[in-house]
Design a protein around this ligand. Structure first.
Ligand code: FAD
Ligand code: DLZ
Ligand code: SF4
Length: 509
């Protein structure tokens, strides 16, 4: 009996049960395929990091005694799609059994299910052994509830997995959520975590990718690729985060600064999403830092919430709502993505910096993604599917199951509020409070009208005015609509004219 087992590029978990023993009758297959490089235009570093990590993984499997067939992007045998390569490999090895780990993306899941259906050898899908929750677990939990509230899901996770809990079933510190303590802006306090990132030279692999004709954008950084490519490197990054950055994670979670692109974020999303790290070990390390007195409860709770709360919740939303979810466009937005999303060349300093950083490093932290880039796309009225494709391509950690609910749900409110209780829209005031972007901006953060007025200001009010039909009844927006009602006709006409001008010339901003 010969078994062929497929490992996808985001299934690089050496601790998976599959690998607990070696078996000469089992062949592991990894493949670099145009099907996966081309479903969206990707950032160069995303392709490079995934291929390099896949190659490293294959090498380590071989070293551990496993049989591996690796199809490189330039391999003459490579048919460039999962089914075509699998057909060929099953024939080549005369495999009697085919197995694969549950894909995290609906697109690949469907493809594999259809492939298995027509196959005449027995096949089986197995769990990735990565997530806390099953695909449909959140949907089951929310089935009898009015709204999908992350906070409720999160508390259930804390109780179920006994994370930051006291023996009497109360949450540590007597409070579930310390979000209100986690909103300080960072004013250049000279404490930046030491950056544990690695500098790999992958010039040869990058040349192979280019020669194979794979298209991409952004800086490849092929001679200093800064992403962990295996579990050892990911663990070193986790150690460094816990030691140097976690203590400040809470305070500056929502801050943005031109001098400190990373601030106190963990940069662990790539390692987590390709499964080099398990969320349980990351959560356990953070909790231990609190129990040992190394980091405060607000910092640790804030960090853990992102992982057992938001990350698992987003996955639940994705599997509950796909495939219809990808069509979400509750506001009927149609504007095209401005050209500067691809080069960062805009006079808006916040966007120049956040998009520029994304193009340079394939990473931006949460508030840049949500309150600068996403906020602008939302209030300007850009087509959410275009926004989704940009996010899916640009970030090294972007895989549809987590990217799509964050973009279409949390950031663009395109699902009509299925996920967020109100749109994450803001004027310049919020960005100015949380960052140093506005200080040297070409635009005036205080002005609403006039050529040099900050575009966010008119677009903000225009967004609520244009979408009053959908949003006015939202109890969390009462104040916004009260303020709009108090505005006189001239003020409203001015906003309308300025917003029309801005929306008609987004490329020029
Ligand atoms: P930290 O700030 O250190 O957070 C720790 C971990 O918590 C992250 O590594 C991540 O695994 C998890 N996490 C934090 N916030 C979220 C969230 N909202 N949803 C799910 N997990 C979360 N995250 C992705 O992993 N992939 C994406 O494609 C992605 N797209 C996003 C798009 C938008 C519009 C927004 C608003 C957020 C998106 N996020 C995405 C969530 C978040 O921005 C990133 O996880 C985070 O910036 C990664 O950097 P970090 O590892 O330093 O995170
Ligand atoms: C993102 C990505 C890229 C760019 N290339 C590959 C690849 O060539 N082979 C592969 O197995 N996986 C790749 N990936 C990751 C996949 O897109 C991801 O594994 C699936 O979408 C399932 O989530
Ligand atoms: Fe961004 Fe407006 Fe501030 Fe300029 S003034 S950085 S455009 S929010």
């Amino acid at each position: 009996m010969t078994t062929l087992r497929l490992i996808l590029g985001d299934q690089l978990n050496p601790l998976h049960g599959w690998f607990s023993e070696t078996d000469a009758n089992v062949i592991y297959v990894l493949m670099e395929v145009r099907q996966e490089t081309d479903y969206v235009l990707h950032h160069a570093q995303k392709i490079l990091a995934i291929f390099a990590a896949m190659r490293d993984f294959a090498h380590r499997l071989r070293m551990a005694g496993h049989r591996v067939h690796y199809l490189g992007i330039d391999d003459p045998d490579n048919e460039q799609s999962l089914p075509a390569n699998l057909d060929w490999l099953i024939g080549h090895y005369q495999a009697n059994v085919f197995e694969w780990q549950a894909p995290d993306e609906w697109r690949v899941d469907q493809q594999m299910a259809k492939y298995a259906e027509q196959l005449d050898v027995p096949c089986q899908m197995t769990d990735t052994e990565h997530f806390y929750t099953r695909r449909k677990e959140a949907a089951e939990y929310f089935a009898d509830k009015k709204q999908w509230l992350m906070e409720n899901f999160y508390r259930r996770m804390r109780m179920k997995y006994r994370v930051l809990m006291n023996a009497d079933d109360s949450p540590c510190g007597g409070q579930w959520n310390f979000d209100h303590d986690n909103r300080k802006s960072w004013r250049g306090i000279p404490r930046q975590p030491c950056d544990p990132r690695i500098a790999h030279d992958h010039s040869a692999l990058w040349k192979t990718i280019i020669d194979a004709g794979v298209k991409s954008f952004g800086e490849p950084c092929e001679d200093r690729l800064p992403w962990p490519l295996n579990r050892e490197e990911a663990l070193a990054q986790l150690d460094s985060f816990i030691e140097f950055a976690l203590p400040d994670f809470g305070d500056y979670q929502d801050a943005m600064n031109t001098q400190a692109p990373r601030l106190f974020h963990s940069l662990l999303s790539f390692s987590l999403n390709v499964k080099m790290l398990n969320p349980r070990e990351v959560v356990a390390r953070a909790e231990r830092a609190y129990r040992d007195g190394h980091a405060s409860l607000p910092a640790v709770e804030g960090f853990i919430r992102q992982i057992i709360g938001w990350r698992e919740f987003m996955r639940g939303v994705y599997w509950a709502r796909m495939p219809e979810y990808r069509e979400s466009n509750g506001f009927g937005n149609v504007l095209k993505l401005p050209v500067w999303f691809w080069n960062g060349e805009t006079n808006m300093r916040c966007l120049k910096h956040s998009i520029g950083q994304s193009l340079e490093s394939a990473h931006a932290h949460h508030i840049q993604r949500l309150m600068v880039i996403g906020n602008f796309a939302l209030i300007a009225g850009i087509n959410p599917f275009e926004v989704h494709e940009w996010y899916l391509g640009v970030y090294v950690d972007a895989f549809e199951w987590v990217e799509m609910p964050n973009v279409l749900g949390m950031s663009q409110f395109a699902d009509g509020g299925g996920l967020a209780t109100k749109p994450y829209a803001s004027s310049a005031a919020y960005i100015d409070k949380m960052s140093d972007y506005c200080k040297e901006c070409h635009y005036d953060r205080k002005a609403r009208l006039g050529e040099t007025a900050c575009p966010f200001n008119a677009l903000y009010w225009d967004f609520f005015e244009r979408n009053a039909g959908r949003l006015k009844g939202n109890s969390r927006l009462v104040m916004v609509y009260k303020q709009l009602e108090r505005m006189d006709g001239d003020a409203k006409a001015g906003i309308d004219a300025r917003a029309r001008e801005l929306r008609g010339g987004l490329d020029e901003l």
